[in-house]
Design a protein around this ligand. Structure first.
Ligand code: DHB
Length: 391
């Protein structure tokens, strides 16, 4: 197979890139070792920044996000048993949209299939070779045949267990581990509140999110080695209710829990994001903790820059554009790293916290909700720092 850009990883980042390249007249081939069913049923985050929605809609990748997506103009920060609304629309004139990552994937896949894109899912034994010369991607396809793609460029959009990132020579990696994880559930129940609730309690953090009018998504801080089988439905509900309880009498609407899992939790960045003719995008180059739902948005932001530099390199023979990729992508990556770390540390409890630490954390939350400057800072980060590119 001969193509201009071989994309390793057919999640939202890889498929969005393939779509943008196609609009620029650049052909690509996508390979992924997972199946369509695996990706479309693995629950991930659910919040799209304003610019992520614009990218999906204005490029024709998804119209459904405007129909099935739910616009949210704020969130609630809850601590000490009291809720405080952060009004994004008033503070920064922006909103975000609740639209699950699985739906973003389904739409991007449908768009790619409709134009007859070269997509290979369920492949095995993927190898990337000669990235500083004439790159090739080797893989065994779902039917068991060994295949080879010769490409001008390879993009590693192959997620947090990336094989591509290991090919970047002279790489620097930055890590931060956290002493907790998230327990995530899907429940068949009506919404408990109109907007998302980020709740700090003495028992730990809880996030009340949503999926549809009849299915809700919720998370609570847990131990990294928590076993989902130790948590009965009754135990989960009583823990969640205890975390959100307060003098206002707020309670969650309960219902059958149809999915439960423990989410990994860490911060990671690898630089540079380019080596020779290999470029990394999304989780392959960086991971954020889930608080604030930046992961997918950041991957789409990478892809926005990547499509532009590949366009210049391929269509205008301006290969120097590629040299700018790492710095341009990383400037947003580190903003999002800080934002996710900050939201996390402001809302989670740690076992060895002193009384001082706890009171200081409450002091920070009180300052934030009482200050227009503080609330505006949160609103800017949550809705996403605007990019200049328009479609
Ligand atoms: C969701 C996940 C997040 O990490 C977040 O900050 C907001 C929403 C979600 O899955 O709905």
């Amino acid at each position: 197979i001969r193509t201009q850009v071989a994309i390793v990883g057919g999640g939202p980042a890889g498929l969005m890139l393939a779509h943008l390249l196609h609009l620029q007249g650049i052909d690509s081939v996508v390979v992924d070792n997972r199946s369509y069913d695996e990706i479309s049923t693995t629950h991930r985050a659910g919040i799209l920044e304003h610019d992520s929605v614009t990218m999906l809609v204005d490029t024709g990748a998804s119209q459904r996000v405007l129909i099935d997506g739910d616009e949210h103009e704020g969130i609630e920060l809850r601590f000490g048993g009291v809720g405080h609304r952060i009004d994004f629309k008033t503070l920064v004139g922006a909103s975000c949209t609740l639209y699950p990552q699985t739906d973003v994937f389904i739409d991007l896949y449908a768009t790619a299939s409709a134009r007859g894109a070269a997509l290979h899912y369920g492949v095995r034994d993927t190898e990337v070779v000669d990235i500083t010369g004439s790159p090739r991607v080797l893989f065994t396809d779902a039917a068991g045949a060994r295949r080879e793609i010769a490409a001008d460029f390879v993009v590693g959009a192959d997620g947090s267990r990336s094989i591509c990132r290991k090919l970047v020579a002279d790489r620097t990696q930055y890590f931060r581990e956290y002493p907790f994880a998230w327990f995530g559930i899907l429940a068949e129940a009506p919404k408990s509140a109109p907007e998302l609730i980020y709740c700090r309690s003495e028992r730990g953090f809880a996030l009340i999110s949503q999926r549809t009018p009849t299915i809700q998504r919720m998370y609570f801080q847990c131990s990294p080695d928590e076993n989902v089988d130790d948590w009965s439905q009754e135990r989960i509900w009583s823990e969640l209710q205890a975390r959100v309880a307060g003098p206002d009498g707020f309670t969650l609407n309960e219902g059958p829990i149809i999915d439960k899992s423990v989410l990994p939790f860490r911060s990671f960045v690898q630089t540079p994001m380019r080596h020779g003719n290999l470029l990394l995008a999304g989780d392959a180059a960086h991971t954020v903790p889930p608080t604030g739902a930046k992961g997918l948005n950041l991957a789409l932001a990478d892809v926005r820059v990547l499509a532009e530099v590949l366009d210049r390199a391929i269509n205008s023979h301006d290969t120097e554009a590629l040299d700018t990729y790492t710095d341009r992508a990383l400037s947003r990556v580190w903003k999002a790293q800080h934002f996710s770390y900050w939201m996390t540390s402001m809302l989670h409890t740690v076992a060895d916290a002193s009384d001082f630490d706890e009171q200081r954390q409450l002091g920070e939350l009180s300052t934030l909700v009482a200050s227009e400057a503080g609330s505006t800072y949160l609103a800017e980060g949550y809705t996403g720092w605007p990019s200049r590119r328009r479609w």
